[in-house]
Design a protein around this ligand. Structure first.
Ligand code: NDP
Length: 220
């Protein structure tokens, strides 16, 4: 039975991944900041506590897997962070956003490399088109955009440094979740079904392709 570890799996896109991989017969490990409140996730997955801003816990979570094969890592946890960067407090919030969406995914992936190697596994980070510098025509969202751009740069290096494994950066589309909001056009089911097809086709290519949920290349 293949195994997937999904960081940030208690709601939204992460929960939909957990449901679908469980339905497809995978062993699913999902992380949540508050496992007691993650009943929907507990119904389909083994739940591990993880707050991505607690970097010690990120590495500990991986070492608890003690080299057991891992077929797929999905680094999904995300937050907008502060909308404006004007005060020192905003700056602290920006640093935390970077930690959650760039530093923690890299620590998690690095710590899980032996597990991924043992399964010829794949490491996927859920990024955003908002992390694309080419595609930024509307400004704003400095914390969120820069954290996703940092994730994109870091995941590319991981892919180059570990060329035997498949890596990818996936943009889920604008999705109906708490983050995406009610006006988002794309149902979570459609986004996640599309990303699962893309993940299925990933091969180790020594890069981390930046693809949307339909497999289209996103500009950097
Ligand atoms: P949600 O807001 O529904 O879910 C976000 C998830 O991230 C939750 O599980 C949340 O846990 C978790 N999370 C947030 N902060 C932390 C933290 N400090 N530590 C651990 N987990 C945390 O958003 P989506 O499902 O829409 O987002 C999933 C991913 O998709 C994110 O990376 C997002 O940036 C990306 N994305 C989403 C788009 C959209 O339109 N929805 C578009 C482009 C990218 P908790 O419940 O504890 O807060």
């Amino acid at each position: 039975m293949p195994t997937v570890l999904i960081a940030g799996a208690n709601r939204g896109i992460g929960l939909e991944f957990a449901r679908r991989y469980a339905a497809a017969g995978w062993e699913v490990i999902g992380t949540a900041r508050d496992p007691e409140a993650a009943g929907d996730l507990r119904a389909v997955a083994r739940v591990e506590r993880l707050d991505a801003s607690d970097l010690d816990r990120v590495a500990a979570l991986a070492s608890a897997r003690e080299g057991r094969p891992l077929d797929l890592l999905i680094a999904n946890a995300g937050t907008y962070g502060p909308r404006r960067i004007e005060t020192a407090e905003d700056g602290e919030g920006w640093l935390e956003t970077l930690s959650i969406m760039a530093v923690a995914p890299v620590l998690l992936a690095n710590a899980l490399l032996p597990n991924l190697r043992a399964a010829n596994g794949k490491a996927v980070a859920i990024t955003s088109r908002m992390g694309s510098i080419d595609d930024n025509n509307s400004g704003g969202f400095i914390a969120y955009r820069s954290a996703k751009a940092a994730l994109n740069a870091a995941w590319t290096s991981l892919a180059i440094d570990n060329a035997g494994l498949a890596f990818a950066l996936l943009h889920p589309g604008w999705v109906q979740t708490r983050m995406g909001g009610a006006q988002a056009p794309l149902p979570t089911e459609e986004s996640v079904a599309g990303m699962m097809r893309v993940i299925d086709g990933l091969k180790p290519v020594g890069r981390a392709p930046f693809l949307d949920y339909q497999g289209e290349t996103v500009p950097w």
